[in-house]
Design a protein around this ligand. Structure first.
Ligand code: ME8
Length: 679
């Protein structure tokens, strides 16, 4: 019997339209699902939308629609986008569907019957944006996750005995190290759980947009319990239908649940605890990837820095986006998106790389061998270069598979494209076009060997890359005369399978080169979208300006997403008066420490001569706090105070933030008195 493989994306909130952050997770899952299918696994790929809760209810209100109308509309937009991109999901679950609602109630009942739910009163702060109960005190206190003001909730709730599962969870993380990937996230979760778990409120009674608690419909089930349950309800948990029950037996537990790093706690703490309480098997692995950053902060609708997927599809196509995201971003870490980098990668690796190799090789086979694959001739001895390519390809097949199965997409693609580069070099060195002019036996044989070797390497890269760039590789495969690539059993891939005499299909370029205008076009399309975006599309409750919080991303404190410059002169320059508005001063660090729960932030006390200021800076990944004590730094002294992780930051520390690198603090070679102004 075939191995099964069940893979899920998060179900996306429908409070805003999809952007390439959502597409990133969906593409990664689609790629894994496609590879599993090629490897022969009975694969089930689930995605969908998360449609209940206060956040969605308010978004609908802001749009002047009923929650159902609103969720129908936005959920359909997500689905239409995935369809347009050729995402091969097997089911699309909406949490407003009847099948889901009934099955969530069944799960609630089961956990309650097992004695893990009790009634109590919750008094505390709630973050509507994160749909999260938070441990902060006082009305309006900022959410430690996103910095938005929290709301005070005092209501009778059902509680889940989360505290009971602390030891079991720690045991799980220890015994099943792949349960949470990557390692950094696992460590974070373990220290969170070790610090103690409190029981969790799992119902709300002050609004109604949710699934009623069984036997007590005044309450609706907490949106995260409702949402997480989708992973089992979609495949039949809680159904009385035999077929659905069989599907659940077959596919659960999930083999891979892919998420973004901001929802690790829900998936790696709450979710397994709910499942344990219901005595259900746990997912095998939860993989949390990093964030796509745009203009230095997390791409998100509330920050207004999103890039729509449609723009890239219109100009470069889905394969370009898929390849770029998986090749450019180290999976698990944050990565920046820019149109420049996208087009550069597209041209270098796809148009000039794989595309060029395909058209060169196939065109020469057409021209010199009337479109039929020649075979390396036994009559003329092979050269070192020929066997080196074969050897290289064998190694690539093995390495690519290992890396891919560890979800190291970027490294896997780098390895495969190493073969593309090697074949390019091989072609240039062997000059098949010169041999093509000659008719003697030896030249023809040699030419056959070179073109066979090139075509076979092309076939191997094409098969390996298919899950990543399905459209282009399907075309190249057909051009190689090999039919439908989806039917190729990838686990059998080895050197030498290309048959003598295979008749090539029609040769057409797969990746036309993109010129500079592609970047301009995409930028223009996005600018138009932003200016046309209606306010209703924003996130209700979100501040008008992006909060300068948590995703300090790669930036040192210099780049604050909130600080939009005053309108620049038409040539982009500012006047000296504009510059004079910024009060830069020399400060000296008196104290420095890590901010709890924020791996990028340091809390500094900086002496400005006249006063000591608290500054929170995103430089923890670049500087150990103890190394900063006594160091002179440059501070933007007249910046309005802002809160980061609940700590007030009074000023900003100046640093260079090299692309992809670590922040470097601005400093002086000569000694300068503390408090001196820079001008
Ligand atoms: O959290 N970079 O939904 P959501 C990378 N409904 N990935 C990003 C991203 C970015 N800038 N922006 C979004 C929710 N994502 C809940 C989930 S699951 C039971 C409930 C991706 O619409 C990433 O996968 O806020 C992230 O975790 C997810 O979208 C969040 O989507």
């Amino acid at each position: 019997m075939n191995k099964k493989f069940y893979i899920t994306t998060p179900i996306y909130y429908v409070n805003a339209r999809p952007h390439i952050g959502h597409a990133y997770t969906t593409i990664a899952c689609d790629t894994v699902a496609r590879r599993q299918r090629l490897l022969g696994a009975d694969t089930f790929f689930l995605t969908g939308t998360d449609e209940h809760g206060q956040k969605i209810e308010r978004a609908a209100q802001a749009a002047g629609k009923t929650p159902q109308e609103f969720t129908d509309e936005v959920s359909a937009q997500f689905r239409a986008l995935w369809n347009r991109m050729g995402i091969t999901y097997d089911d699309y679950i909406r949490t407003t569907e009847e099948r889901h609602k009934k099955r969530v109630q069944e799960l609630f009942r089961r956990i309650r019957d097992n004695g893990h739910i009790y009634k109590g009163t919750y008094t505390g702060q709630y973050c509507v944006f994160d749909e999260l109960y938070v441990d902060v005190v006082g009305p309006g206190a900022p959410c430690p996750e996103c910095g938005r003001p929290t709301e005070t909730v005092k209501e009778e709730n059902y509680f889940f005995k989360l505290s009971l599962f602390q030891d079991k969870l720690l045991q799980l993380y220890t015994e099943q190290p792949d349960f949470i990937r990557p390692e950094t996230r696992r460590n974070e979760v373990m220290s969170f759980v070790r610090s103690g778990l409190r029981d969790l409120s799992i119902s709300r009674s002050t609004f109604s947009w949710g699934i009623p608690v069984p036997d007590d419909p005044k309450h609706v089930i907490y949106v995260w319990l409702d949402a997480l349950a989708n992973y089992i309800t979609a495949i039949g948990y809680g159904s009385s239908h035999k077929g659905a029950q069989e599907a659940f037996q077959k596919y659960w537990p999930a083999d891979l649940q892919m998420i973004g790093k901001e929802i690790v706690r829900f998936h790696c703490v709450y979710w397994p605890a709910f499942l344990m309480a219901a005595e259900l098997p746990l997912p095998k692995s939860i993989m949390a990837h990093g964030w796509l950053l745009f203009e230095e902060s997390k791409m998100s609708k509330s920050r207004g820095n999103i890039v729509r997927t449609e723009t890239i599809l219109d100009v470069l196509g889905a394969d370009a986006l898929r390849y770029f995201l998986l090749r450019e971003v180290v999976f698990g870490q944050d990565g920046s998106f820019s149109f420049d980098a996208l087009v550069q990668r597209y041209n270098a690796d796809l148009a000039n790389g794989l595309g060029n190799l395909a058209s060169r090789t196939l065109t020469m086979i057409t021209r010199y061998f009337r479109g039929e694959v020649p075979y390396p001739s036994a009559a003329v001895p092979q050269k070192g270069g020929d066997s080196a390519i074969a050897e290289n390809a064998r190694k690539v097949i093995a390495e690519y598979s290992t890396l891919f199965d560890q979800y190291q997409f970027s490294r896997a693609l780098e390895v495969a494209w190493g073969l593309v580069a090697a074949v390019d070099k091989y072609i240039v060195e062997n000059e098949p076009w010169a041999l093509g002019e000659k008719q003697d036996e030896e030249s023809r044989s040699r030419l056959g060997t070179i073109l066979y070797t090139s075509a076979e390497a092309l076939r191997i890269v094409t098969a390996l890359a298919h899950p990543v760039i399905p459209d282009a590789t399907s075309k190249i495969w057909a051009q190689l005369g090999l039919g439908d690539i989806r039917k190729f059993p990838l686990s059998d891939l080895k050197w030498g399978q290309l048959q003598l005499g295979t008749k090539l299909g029609n040769i057409e370029p797969v990746f036309p080169r993109a010129d500079k205008s592609a970047i301009e076009r995409m930028q223009k399309m996005e600018d138009q979208q932003r200016s046309a975006a209606s306010p209703a599309e924003g996130q209700p409750g979100a501040p008008a300006q992006a909060p300068a919080v948590l995703p300090v991303a790669t930036t040192a404190a210099v780049a604050t997403p909130a600080a939009k410059p005053a309108a620049p002169a038409p040539d982009g320059k500012i006047s000296i008066d504009d510059f004079a508005k910024v009060e830069l001063r020399v400060g000296q660090v008196k104290a420095a420490e890590k901010v709890k729960g924020a791996d990028k932030l340091l809390r500094l006390e900086v002496d400005l001569g006249t006063e000591v200021r608290q500054v929170v800076a995103g430089i923890a990944e670049s500087y150990a706090p103890e190394l900063l004590i006594g160091r002179k730094v440059v501070i933007v002294a007249n910046l309005a105070p802002r809160k980061l992780r609940g700590l007030e930051s009074n000023g900003m520390i100046v640093a260079a933030s090299p692309e992809g690198g670590k922040a470097v603090l601005a400093s002086f070679l000569e000694d300068v008195p503390v408090g001196t102004r820079l001008k």
